[in-house]
Design a protein. Structure first.
Length: 364
């Protein structure tokens, strides 16, 4: 039996309209509409054509209902003119990743969510509250993906076809999710992770709107304060710092030169004129769109690495997992930060970067 919502999910994942899928699959527009609404059921040969057009295994369409990530709860970090179909494709990719999480959660004991309930503090105070709750003090933030995972946030990567989306966060019931674009510089990806954390703790309760210019500014200010605590920046950076000093200083907090410049201006270490002239010089040096001589090692998931090492030790291969989910191995791989699959040699599973270590264990 075909599950209608799975046809819709797969179509959105490929960024197609009904008319475009009709052309690709050689199935009438009216028939496809009827299949997606459940008014009629496609025959096996038709399912085969739809599956081929969408590059999904046929068995995907006969699985149980999949609840899509709640659209109204998503905090998009994307261009204002990003087409809805691109957002739908990213949301559908996130839905598939959440299904992978469900599969993992049935077999592994994952860290419990540990995000504080904050009320309505300003972003600077909110960042300080989360840092205190996680015992970070004023030290530079460690590996952001590891840090989020250690506190129960499920972190996945966005597929390369979602380049117009920088990142997004969403609560799915009591579980927080963050999805990151891995095609950006490491420094900007760290800022995105902190930005999405800001959305989760400041906008996840429904007390504040999670979308719109105000929400984005609040999340940006949270990320800036979380990654670059005021006491730390004031203690390390001189007032009126030169560009070369800022470029050296950004390595302390593992942020972009532009982000540190903004933070210094926000803290009164740069005057308005110094801020504008510094931004202009950094832009001329290529720091507005890139991070010359920046961090090389991308921050990826240690939870997913441990999961697939644990599965491998039990003789379960990544392709087996993809088959159970009803997706291709390539589709599943796009959720996993480009992780190299384990080779049976194991690896160093110690937490890195000083973040709290949490237990991850196979339960069956």
């Amino acid at each position: 039996m075909v599950t209608p919502s799975r046809i819709t999910l797969a179509r959105k994942r490929r960024g197609l309209t009904l008319a475009e899928l009709s052309d690709r699959a050689g199935v009438s527009l009216q028939s496809l509409s009827n299949y997606e609404t459940g008014r009629t059921t496609p025959r096996p040969a038709t399912v085969r054509r739809i599956a081929g057009a969408l590059d999904f295994p046929e068995q995907f369409f006969s699985g149980p209902e999949i609840d899509e990530l709640p659209a109204e709860g998503i905090s998009w970090r994307a261009r204002t003119k990003t087409p809805p179909r691109v957002l739908d494709a990213a949301r559908s990719a996130g839905t598939l990743a959440a299904r992978l999480y469900d599969w993992i959660d049935e077999r592994f004991r994952l860290p419990e969510p540990d995000l504080p309930s904050l009320g309505k503090p300003d972003p600077e105070t909110a960042a300080e509250m989360v840092r205190n709750h996680w015992n970070l003090g004023n030290a530079p933030a460690p590996n952001m993906v590891h840090l989020l995972e250690a506190h129960g946030v499920r972190v996945f990567s966005l597929p390369p076809d979602s380049l117009e989306v920088d990142a997004f966060a969403v609560w799915r019931g009591t579980i927080p999710f963050v999805f990151l674009n891995t095609m950006k510089t490491v420094e900007r990806s760290r800022f995105d992770a902190a930005h999405e954390l800001g959305h989760l703790v400041m906008h996840g309760s429904g007390e504040r709107p999670c979308t719109g210019p105000d929400a984005e500014r609040q999340a940006n200010d949270f990320a800036s304060a979380f990654l670059m605590p005021a006491a730390s920046v004031l203690g390390h950076m001189p007032a009126g710092a030169r560009v070369d000093q800022i470029i050296d200083g950004k390595r302390i907090w593992k942020v972009s030169a532009m982000a540190l410049t903004y933070r210094m201006h926000d803290l009164g270490l740069l005057t308005d004129w110094q801020y504008r002239s510094t931004c202009a010089e950094l832009s001329a040096r290529g720091y507005r769109t890139d991070e010359p001589h920046g961090m090389k090692k991308r921050e990826t998931s240690q939870v997913l690495t441990k999961v697939f090492q644990g599965l491998w030790s039990k003789g379960i291969r990544p392709g087996d997992v993809a088959d159970e989910l009803g997706v291709t191995a390539e589709e599943m791989g796009k959720m996993l930060f480009g992780l190299s699959m384990p080779t049976g040699q194991g690896g160093d599973e110690r937490a890195t970067g000083g973040e709290p270590r949490r237990t991850l264990s196979l339960v069956r």
